[in-house]
Design a protein around this ligand. Sequence first.
Ligand SMILES: Cc1cc2nc3c(=O)[nH]c(=O)nc-3n(C[C@H](O)[C@H](O)[C@H](O)COP(=O)(O)OP(=O)(O)OC[C@H]3O[C@@H](n4cnc5c(N)ncnc54)[C@H](O)[C@@H]3O)c2cc1C
Length: 447
Amino acid sequence: MLKLRPLPTGTPGRNDGRRTASAIRSTRRQFLASGASAAAASALVAAPPALGQAAPRVVVVGGGFAGASLARALKKADPRIAVTLVEANRTFTACPFSNLVLGGLRSLDQQQFGYDKVAADGIEFAVASATQVEPGARRVVLASGSALGYDRLVLAPGIDLDWSGLAGYTEAAAEMMPHAWKAGAQTLLLRRQLEAMEDGGVVVMSAPANPFRCPPGPYERASLIANYLKTSKPRSKLIVLDAKDTFSKQRLFQNAWKELYPDHLEWVALSMGGKVTSVDPSAMTLTTDFATHKAAVANVIPPQTAGHIARIAGVADNTGWCPIDPVTFESKLVANIHVLGDATIAGGMPKSAFTANAQAKVCSAAIVKLLAGEAPSQPKLINTCYSIVGPNYGISVAGVYVPKNGVLTDVQGAGGVSPTDAPRSVRAQEALFAEGWFNTITGEVFG
Ligand SMILES: Cc1cc2nc3c(=O)[nH]c(=O)nc-3n(C[C@H](O)[C@H](O)[C@H](O)COP(=O)(O)OP(=O)(O)OC[C@H]3O[C@@H](n4cnc5c(N)ncnc54)[C@H](O)[C@@H]3O)c2cc1C
């Protein structure tokens, strides 16, 4: 693993100093221009910068699906770019497939990945929390107080839970009523609570209003908890209290629930009094406008916002999410900062790991062009979200997105969902595709 060489606090960005910013920019443009087209075709041969020419520096904050994908794609596209990946944790725990851990069908260590291979690509990997961004000085300050200068900054911090978004739900409450919406300790906590619950206990889940991380995620989770109850606690039941009337792959989920879990899963829509307005962890209750539900186990998925660092960098608007240019993923609010993944307002694109990875590849190509002073190409992005509804039972939704009037827009007629009347063999095949997808994406991002 390469060692980070941070700048001391108060030091101007490594690229600032004696030369003016515009002189540096034009040097960098010259430095990259020669190879930019080839870079776009991923065919650049690494060449050391000529004497006096500084390699452009890109700092990436967040080593999840978006940030780690971006760092690797960028280094591959042009090895001359100095890429630093700043990530708070030494080990990444993936959310996709974490619902299988809750359902007792997978272990958490199958969700965990290190950064050795990322660092072996020539990316500087810094285990650190970014605490400040200074767009004027073009530097990122780390929790240690040291700072990194950048030409382009990429923020890919994922989500934060909005602790002010649901009355009674605090960080302390989450220890009693886990969200498990960031995989790791919270996933294990919820799993242990489910295991410890007596047969006959009621599990209550609250699902948030849009937008939030992984639109089909709560319903995949509901399915897999119901599967666990059906097989291990047959007198128990799950009630899903929802702040929405409609959700992703709804018909497919509801058909499967009718068939597989008629006695173990009840979904309460917004219009039926599903919206949770407050929780009380000491009483283990969730309250809606219509009723108070007592839970033996409560899984509260609260409202969410873009990760904190995006908000303090000034790239989030008053929705709590980050508006971006759909061609370059550059912030619409702060120049030279790109935002990727769950933190963005990405038009029709859902907040998924597939999306985060696709956005990273587009952003990488755009940054190579921008550093060379060239115009980025118009992208076309794809997303596919698989959900596991039970053992050997998978469903999916896919979409294609292009920039239109400044927004990533769904291409009508492209993509779609799994057929509603498919035989079980198709569901089994989709469950295998889901596993193949997980292995492929985690292999590409971390392997
Ligand atoms: C239960 C569940 C199931 C899901 N299933 C699927 C699925 O089947 N398919 C799918 O495509 N998606 C799925 N998702 C969604 C997917 O997990 C997210 O969309 C994806 O992780 C987003 O990637 P990201 O890079 O934006 O954020 P993340 O993957 O969360 O990465 C963000 C990273 O940034 C780091 N970070 C944040 N702030 C800082 C800072 N200040 N300094 C340093 N580091 C920082 C964090 O530690 C983290 O590692 C699921 C999500 C959940 C909750």
